[in-house]
Structures are given as structure tokens and as C-alpha cells.
Ligand binder design. Structure first.
Ligand code: OAD
Length: 229
């Protein structure tokens, strides 16, 4: 454990106040789009056009969104701490707020990748992916997103960053999706650990639970940590 290290673990709730839908809240994305149709390898095989349209809409939505006070406060922790942000989100609001080390466990909307070689990724910014857009190996491009049944990125790096942290802040996740959710169990016993969320039945062991909006609570917590450092 290193007293200068902060680990921030985020989910959809940190971007909710920026106008990006969460997944499991009432009216969330999985209510409106069956997950097996738009976020699974079988959905892609059956109807790639539908999958591309789903992520093209999400990319356009993320491009219009702005970082909110929670993203900004997390970025400002870098004034005094060595910060790693581990996020399940596929938007780039942490980066646009100024965070410099962000591990995207579930991929990034602003990248496309080859269906033949997952190491062939391409920055596409806000542009849509269309059927017929090909990688250099002549295979269809797909979103650089981890679908159900696929293995998240950066799991080892994320686990090590958790293990090293003296402060751990978990924001806006229902902790329902594995293996990402179990990363919180790697946080050191002695670390200061806080979880901010609107609704959750119980927080992970050792975490102080603060119920409320990320945009209100996260700036207060970050200010306290910066003052005490
Ligand atoms: P969920 O939609 O499962 O959970 C969002 C959490 O954020 C809930 O606990 C809400 O109570 C909370 N929340 C909502 N608005 C908030 C706000 N303004 N401030 C604070 N908390 C708020 O989203 P995730 O946990 O991120 O995976 O979902 C994890 C993964 O499931 C996603 O990365 C995605 C999804 O299937 C893939 O697509 C692979």
C-alpha cells in the first residue's frame, strides 16, 4: 500500500448526470435493448447492423455529453495523488475531465477493431462504424467493446492498482457484472474505502457507503482527501 496512491473505480452512475444512460436502473439501457441482441457475440453474428446502430447511437450520445463535477473532481485528485481510474464505462468523460491514467475494462466507444485480430484497433473518434467498413485484414470492423461472454481488458493491471492503493473510491456501479465487480475485494484492508451510489443493497466489505448523486458527493470526498494529504 502506497500512501500517495488513489484508486477510483467507476460505473455508469458516474456519467448519469452527464446524460448517459445507466444499464440496470429503471429505464436503463438493458430495459430498452435486450442485452443478448446488442451486446453479445451471438447478437453480432445474427444481426451486425443492429449492433452497429446501437453503438453508433451510444457513441453519438457520448460525444455530446460533457464531464460532470464528479469526473472533474476525480481528475483534480492528481494535484496531490498518483491516481488510477479503473472504469467499466466506454465513454471518454474521465479523459476529457483531465484524468491521465484510465483503464477501460469494457472497451472504448472511440475505437473500432478487427473481427480477426483483437490487437488491430483503430481510433475513430465520434464517427459511426458501418457495415462494410473493413480492417487492414479485410474483415468487418466491430466496436472495441467487451460483450457478454468476452474477457475484460486490463484485469491484471487493475487488480495491482487496487492492491497498491491507500484510498479507494467506488462510484456509480451496481457491482453486478463479473469479473469487474470482484476487483473491489483486492483493496487493502487498511485503505480508506468509500462507495458512492444512488441505490445498492449493501456496500462491499470494509467500504463506507455514501448514498447520493456522484456529482454532489464525489467533489466533497475528493476535496477532503486533498486537504488531508
Ligand atoms: P449499472 O447500470 O448496473 O449500475 C449503475 C449504478 O449507478 C446503480 O447502482 C445506480 O444506483 C447508480 N447511479 C445512478 N445514477 C447515479 C448518480 N447520479 N450518482 C451515483 N450513482 C448513480 O451500471 P454498471 O455497474 O456500470 O457492461 O454496469 C456494469 C456493466 O454492466 C457495464 O459496464 C456494462 C453493463 O452490462 C458491458 O456492456 C460489458
Amino acid at each position: 500500500m502506497n500512501s500517495h496512491k488513489v484508486l477510483v473505480f467507476t460505473g455508469a452512475g458516474v456519467s448519469a448526470e452527464s446524460g448517459i444512460s445507466t444499464f440496470r436502473d429503471s429505464g436503463g439501457l438493458w430495459d430498452n435493448y435486450p442485452v443478448e441482441l446488442v451486446a453479445s457475440p451471438s447478437g453480432w453474428r445474427n444481426n451486425p447492423k443492429l449492433v452497429l446502430e446501437f453503438y453508433n447511437r451510444r457513441r453519438a450520445n457520448a460525444a455530446q455529453a460533457q464531464p460532470n463535477p464528479a469526473h472533474i473532481a476525480i481528475a483534480e485528485l492528481e494535484k496531490k495523488f498518483d491516481v488510477t481510474v479503473v472504469t467499466q464505462n466506454v465513454d471518454d468523460l474521465h479523459e476529457r475531465a483531465g484524468s491521465s491514467r484510465v483503464l477501460h475494462l469494457h472497451g472504448e466507444l472511440s475505437k473500432a477493431r478487427s473481427c480477426l485480430d483483437e490487437n488491430l484497433t483503430y481510433s475513430i473518434g465520434n464517427k459511426p462504424i458501418q457495415l462494410g467498413d473493413k480492417c487492414e485484414l479485410d474483415s468487418q470492423l466491430r466496436p472495441h467493446i467487451v460483450w457478454f461472454g468476452e474477457i475484460p481488458f486490463f484485469l491484471d493491471e487493475a487488480k495491482n492498482a487496487f492492491k497498491d492503493a491507500a484510498y479507494v473510491l467506488v462510484v456509480g456501479t451496481s457491482l453486478q457484472v463479473e469479473p469487474a465487480a470482484s476487483l473491489v475485494n483486492s483493496a487493502p484492508f487498511k485503505a480508506k474505502k468509500i462507495m458512492v451510489t444512488l441505490e445498492i443493497e449493501h456496500s462491499p466489505k470494509g467500504f463506507e457507503l455514501q448514498r447520493g448523486k456522484a456529482g454532489q458527493l464525489v467533489p466533497l470526498i475528493c476535496r477532503q482527501w486533498l486537504t488531508r494529504a
